[in-house]
Design a binder for this molecule. Structure first.
Ligand SMILES: NC(=O)c1ccc[n+]([C@@H]2O[C@H](COP(=O)([O-])OP(=O)(O)OC[C@H]3O[C@@H](n4cnc5c(N)ncnc54)[C@H](OP(=O)(O)O)[C@@H]3O)[C@@H](O)[C@H]2O)c1
Length: 275
């Protein structure tokens, strides 16, 4: 298998697998930076790609043979295994950097190591922003990554520079550490947002600032697909405990309120309570 370096230190040929909302969002900045983009996806996004100067491949084999420096996986968490197993990875003609942007990290790391030929480099990443939060730029947003299996440091650095140069806060950490922290932060945020959506909270004429924050949280949570949210639960082994802790915390708050109400009632009408 041939080993080659990226076309130039700054220009990469990047092939995106999964051209949904997040893949499209990332592609815009990559094109702006001068990289050459290709895409393949379940749905035919050829018109959209054509308008943006991206080559769209319906044929997965032709996509893999298109001499990509980097293949960026941006499919839903739930479809990752099916998508990767349907790829004729033996068609990759040279060492390629395979990177993913899934919002969980141990799961894609394990699947990638299992499915890809040993010659392929693997970088697991999670840009901690999305089409909405990052619409005005990526400055100061965290970009988490683990260099799982990297031999071609030059291509990996060029890829990381895409995010560095936009001002992202680059955080190198293990996939396990990412999932532990993300369960306590991102999964919790999405869960509360989904609960608020089930409650159908609506803006009122007398919103407090706190309530406006809740409305924004509800709206941003439901803007992401349910596949994304359920993927955060199903494929992050730390999320189950977080959901149990949330339920327990809710019960604890309910119990404290109930206890306080009984104390107050007792203080206000001590004689009645003796009857
Ligand atoms: N949105 C964000 O803010 C954000 C931020 C960081 C990371 N991420 C990660 O980026 C990835 C993409 O997220 P997203 O926001 O675009 O939405 P998503 O609902 O998580 O994923 C949509 C993508 O998955 C593909 N897909 C879904 N089911 C499929 C199936 N059965 N077979 C083949 N492909 C399938 C879709 O393909 P088609 O379009 O071809 O139908 C589309 O490209 C996810 O892994 C997510 O965790 C998202």
């Amino acid at each position: 298998m041939a080993v080659s370096s990226p076309s130039s230190s700054s220009t990469l040929k990047i092939g995106i697998i999964g051209f949904g909302p997040f893949g499209q969002f990332l592609a815009k900045t990559m094109i702006k930076q001068g990289h050459i983009l290709r895409a393949t996806s379940r749905t035919d996004h050829s018109q959209l790609c054509h308008r943006s100067g991206i080559s769209f491949f319906s044929d997965k084999r032709a996509f893999l043979e298109a001499d990509n420096d980097v293949i960026l996986i941006s499919t839903s968490i739930l479809s990752l295994s099916e998508v990767l197993n349907s790829l004729p990875v033996h068609c990759l003609q040279r060492r390629t950097l395979i990177a993913d942007v899934l919002s969980v990290k141990e799961y894609p790391r394990n699947v990638l190591l299992q499915v890809l030929p040993e010659e392929m480099d693997v970088l697991c990443t999670h840009p901690m922003f999305g089409p909405e939060s990052g619409q005005n730029g990526w400055k100061d947003f965290a970009f988490v990554y683990e260099k799982v299996r990297i031999r071609d440091e030059a291509t990996c650095s060029s890829f990381l520079r895409i995010f560095e140069s936009e001002g992202c806060k680059m955080l190198e950490m293990s996939c396990e550490e990412h999932d532990k922290v993300a369960a306590k932060s991102q999964f919790l945020t999405h869960t509360i947002g989904r609960v608020l959506s089930e409650l159908e909270i609506q803006s009122t004429s007398m919103n407090t600032k706190g309530f406006e924050t809740l409305i924004r949280l509800k709206e941003s949570s439901v803007n992401d697909s349910f596949d994304l949210f359920s993927g955060l639960y199903i494929h992050n082994r730390f999320a189950k405990q977080e959901l149990l802790d949330l339920e327990a915390a809710f019960e604890k708050v309910k119990h404290k309120l109930q206890q306080k109400m009984e104390e107050v009632q007792l203080e206000q009408s001590p004689n009645e309570s003796k009857l």
